[in-house]
Structure formats: structure tokens, C-alpha cells
Design a binder for this molecule. Sequence first.
Ligand SMILES: Cc1ncc(COP(=O)(O)O)c(C=O)c1O
Length: 379
Amino acid sequence: MAPFSRRDMLRNSLLASTALLFSTKRTNSFVRFPEIPKTDYIRLNWNENPYGPSPKVLEAITNSLQNTRLYPDDAISELKTKIAINQNLQSDQVLLTSGSTEVLSLLGMHAGIQKGEILTPWPSFPTLIEYGKSAGANIKKVDLGANETIDLNRVLENISAATKVVFICNPNNPTSTELNTRDLKAFCRSVPQNVLLCVDEAYIEYSTQGAAGSMVSLIKELPNLVICRTFSKAYGLAGLRIGYALSQSHNIDALRRMHIGWEISTGIAAVTGATHALDDQQHLQYCVAQNAKGREILYRAFDEWGISYARSSTNFTYIRSEGFDPAIVSKMKDEGILITKWPDMTQHIRVSIAKPEDMEVFVKKAGRFTLHTKDHRRD
Ligand SMILES: Cc1ncc(COP(=O)(O)O)c(C=O)c1O
């Protein structure tokens, strides 16, 4: 069976969206915190790039606004071609979306409208499963393995006849860890081809394995693999909302037919920003290198405080919370620093990495809320 049946998806997506309109039941297990972020906070909560795009890219975005009266089709084609060339694919294997959130929501809906099951390691990024749940999917969560890393064998063992979508986020949010590339490739090849496999590579640019950690080379081989990527993180364009899916053309075609606007859900500023950002690899490398510096500042502090943490392959860290005041999140907010604790993150907090100087401020302030009293606690 092909992973997607185009006709069923079209019909069911209409039914599902109608049902959603009339449904009063809301799933509220992923609440964004805090609700009203202020721009003067040090934002270590949403894994944003503190540098944003380079001045060159900003200039291109500004210039693109002169074309706001036109539909962005040409710019979309240009960007798709560029992404396809970079990834050694064809442009019909690329779908541009309004952030990678859009890809995740479409895949969640795909599982939901078939009343199928979404299988995910947990904790992991919740968008796909939350959309799936809203559209009627069952969710099966499997625990992580050692060192906050996804246990691929456990995921494989849990695939059943009910499984419609398997979700793997690599590097994983919120745990920040990444999988061994060879193991993940073997896993991808082992997932039955009638089950859609989504590999979310939102943080791949920060991966210590670099582009080699991507599963993109498997796209030609695996008809059920959908990779999603974003310009929101290392490329610093979160506010413009642009991401993309990579997959064989039959899946891309089915996704395009389901998604809002038949691939015109992105605007000229976003598409131009992304196109120029891809050309500015120097800025990307700068952001990644600065992120590594910020990460080291955190590691030094955590070691000093005796706090355990996973080594991060991303722009955030996942740390045990028991060494901190239980009210650390709100206390840090009072100090002007936003950090994250998802509702079901009972033993951890997540701290995004901003500029090294901001991380020094974080260390100075968070040090006051550690429970391991050490006389070298910073003030
Ligand atoms: C793992 C992961 N995937 C996808 C997204 C969605 O990003 P966007 O919709 O901005 O592309 C995020 C955002 O935090 C994320 O952490």
C-alpha cells in the first residue's frame, strides 16, 4: 500500500477540518510558556537564533517587499530548485511550507483521519502528535533509552498493524541528543514501507555530525520517508515562517494537495530570506560556532553546580531540575530570563542557547537558585 492515497487524503482532510471546526474539546497538554513574551527578556525558551539573519539577508528581505503585490511563484520555484540542488534531489521532491510546523501538522492529520496510530519516542517534539490527536489518531509513546537518547530498537518493537506514522526527531527536542547516523539509517530501512516515517531535522545544522547526520540520502531509496526541515533555527528566520518537506514526489504531491494554498502558504519575504540565507553559509557557520561557545558556558556552570545534563547537538540544553529551586522557571522569569518546562517535563528543564554574553547572565542568575550549596556559587 502506498503511504499516501491522494484521493482519500483530500476527502478526509475536508471531513477532518469540518469536524475540527465543530469540536469543542481541546487538547491542552502542550501549553507554551510564558504566554506573553516580552522583547526585553533574555529568551532561552523557544530555541530561537539570537543573531537572526545576516545584514545581507535582511537587505534582500527588505528589497523583496517591493514585490508584495505579486504572488511569489517564481521565488518559490527558485528556492525549491536551490534546496533540491543542495540536497541532490529533484525540485518535485521538495515542498515549501509555513514553517516545518505545517509539515508536521499535515502528517499528524494524515494519521488522524485514518484513525491510525502515531508512534513516537517520548519526550519529543509534540506538534505532529497533537495534530494527530485532534484529528482522531491514537498516540503511542515509547520511553527513551540511556542518556536521554531515543531507543530505536524499542521504537521498532512497538510498530504494529495500527501504526500509520512513526515520528523521529533528530537531534531530539527537548532532550537535545542525536542518534548515531549509521543506527538511524538502519532503523529507517527497517520501518515497514506502508508506514510513513517522519524524520524531523529542525536542528540538523547544529548536529555535531553535521550534514552527514541527515537522512536525506535515503529519500531515493525509501518511499515512506518524509524529512522536515526549517529556516527557523540556525538560519534565524523563525518570524518569517518557512520550512520544507523532502520526500519522494508522490508524497510531496499528496502533501501539496492537502496543505493550505497548494504551496503558496509562504510569502515573498520568507522565500527571499530563505534563498539568501542558504547562500550565506558564512553567517550560518558563525551562528553555529557562537552557539557552541554558549553551550560550553552552560556545561562549565552545570559541572560546577553538580547538575546533570545531556550533551547537546542543538541550540538548547536539557538538564535535570532536581538540583534547582523547584520554582526556577518563574524565578528566572522574575530575573528577566525565560526558560522552558513543558507540562510533562517533571524532572527536567530546557534552556535554549543565546549569545555567549547572555549565557553568562543566565549562569550568574541561575546560580542563585541551585540547591547544591557551593561556596564558589557565582553572584
Ligand atoms: C523539533 C522541531 N521541529 C519543528 C519545529 C517547528 O519549527 P517551525 O515551524 O518554526 O519551522 C520546532 C520548533 O521549535 C522544533 O523544535
